[in-house]
Design a protein around this ligand. Structure first.
Ligand code: PLP
Length: 417
């Protein structure tokens, strides 16, 4: 027997299938259309990073300008940076905090030059800056007793290899690959070596367990959106003890010197910098730290970064042409959101990916929607959005919608060529 739909139902079913089709069509055209609004700021650079919400030049009006950094007022400003840093990051009182020359690079290298040598060292690297510290250790300091653990972009080396009897050098968050360490469980509590951690794109964004970190460094222009200039160094009592227990066999530039006539230069850790700082940049650092404290401190900063990352993850979920550079979820960075093109047409065509990615980056810059979002120059082609605490989640979500639009535009143009 032939079953036919009663006349009343047939149009309903027809209507339903039309509805499904039109919804699919609507979804596709929604993606193809230019998003109606832009992010409130196009700044997504990974450093210098976006200024805090509401920042204007007037935030710097109390800067001690035209005065000596050794004056009472100048020293008070530098001291304020140290005190606020301790407060916001809950750094234990017995750890020293210093403001040093040369941004994060200066801080890392002063630690390498001052502390390494008496023990073997294990270096872990998985992107360009970690690779720089490997070069320092192998080619500049020429430390014979070194073990180097490296991984390609998007991956992490085997951290379980870390030997607690040796010094350990690593980056908490790889800014150029978007890969971070998942935690500090691999660092032994009873280690006899020191850990030296480059945390420049992790500080103020991720929980740093101070008991596992003997030296931690960062610069001002990352998560709090300060001005590039100076580095911060945080040292545990054991790292401070190493400064005087050990005399490096290489020359020590004045810029790296933390010891004078066999004694630790304590002034460095209360704001008596080695050389002249920019008091304008200092004022800006204070502004960023006060903002961080006033919005709720570290938990709120971490939450803001997580929210940014979650928005990106949701977007990636909906855009199957694009994926995270880091395959493993537990090592994906909340601040350095690194994306790659995984569309099957381009998956094996690195040149094609680079061409399309750079056209997209240029298009979004032209639209003034997202600036400085190209992958790092030595990283695989793709995109890198900064998701630090100064970035508003709604802005990142909006910029990503534009990325979806730009992908279609560039692919259409590509197909015509
Ligand atoms: C992980 C990491 N280390 C070091 C640096 C160098 O920092 P700076 O320019 O502050 O010296 C950067 C810069 O982005 C970085 O991301």
């Amino acid at each position: 027997m032939r079953i036919s739909h009663p006349p009343r139902i047939a149009p309903v079913l027809r209507g339903a299938s039309q509805l499904v089709r039109s919804e699919r069509h609507r979804a596709m055209t929604a993606i193809a259309q230019k998003p109606p609004s832009k992010p409130s700021s196009p700044d997504f650079s990974s450093g210098p990073c976006r200024k805090r919400p509401g920042w204007t030049l007037s935030a710097l009006q109390d800067a001690v300008l035209g005065r000596s950094h050794r004056s009472r007022e100048g020293k008070a400003k530098l001291r304020e940076v140290i005190d606020l840093t301790r407060e916001v990051l809950a750094i234990p009182d017995h750890y020293r905090i210093g403001i040093v020359p040369g941004s994060d690079t200066g801080a890392v290298e002063m630690a390498l030059w001052s502390l390494l040598g008496p023990r073997g060292v294990d270096v872990f690297a998985w992107e360009s800056f970690g690779d720089d510290w490997v070069k320092d250790i192998a080619q500049e300091l020429e430390l014979e007793d070194r073990r180097v653990f490296q991984a390609p972009y998007g991956e992490l080396p085997d951290l379980s290899q870390a030997d607690p009897a040796r010094d350990i050098v690593f980056t908490w968050n790889g800014t150029t690959s978007g890969v971070r360490v998942p935690d500090a469980g691999w660092i032994a509590d009873d280690r006899s070596g020191l850990t030296i951690c480059d945390a420049t794109s992790a500080a103020f964004a991720m929980d740093l367990p101070w008991d596992k970190l003997d030296v931690t460094t960062w610069s001002w222009q990352k998560v709090l959106g300060g001005e590039g200039a100076h580095g911060m160094i945080v040292m545990s009592p054991r790292a401070i003890a190493r400064l005087t227990d050990h005399v490096p066999r290489w020359p020590m530039p004045k810029l790296y010197r933390m010891v004078n006539r066999g004694l630790v230069t304590e002034g460095l850790f209360v704001g008596e910098t080695i050389n002249t700082p920019s008091l304008l940049a200092v004022e800006d650092a204070i502004d960023g730290l006060r903002w961080a404290r006033d919005i709720g401190g570290l938990p709120e900063l971490i939450a803001r970064c997580q929210e940014n990352f979650d928005r990106a993850a949701q977007w990636v979920e909906r855009n199957d042409w694009c994926g995270f550079l880091a395959e493993r979820e537990d090592i994906r960075s909340q601040t350095s959101i690194c994306l790659k093109i995984v569309d099957p047409d381009l998956a094996r065509d690195t040149e094609g990916q680079a061409r399309v990615a750079s056209a997209i980056v240029a298009l979004l810059a032209k639209e003034n929607v997202a600036l400085d979002i190209g992958a790092y120059r030595t990283a695989p082609p793709g995109f890198r959005f900064w998701g630090g605490a100064t970035v508003e989640a709604a802005d990142l979500a909006s910029a990503l919608e534009w990325l979806g639009w730009a992908w279609q535009e560039v692919r259409k143009a590509d197909a015509r060529v």
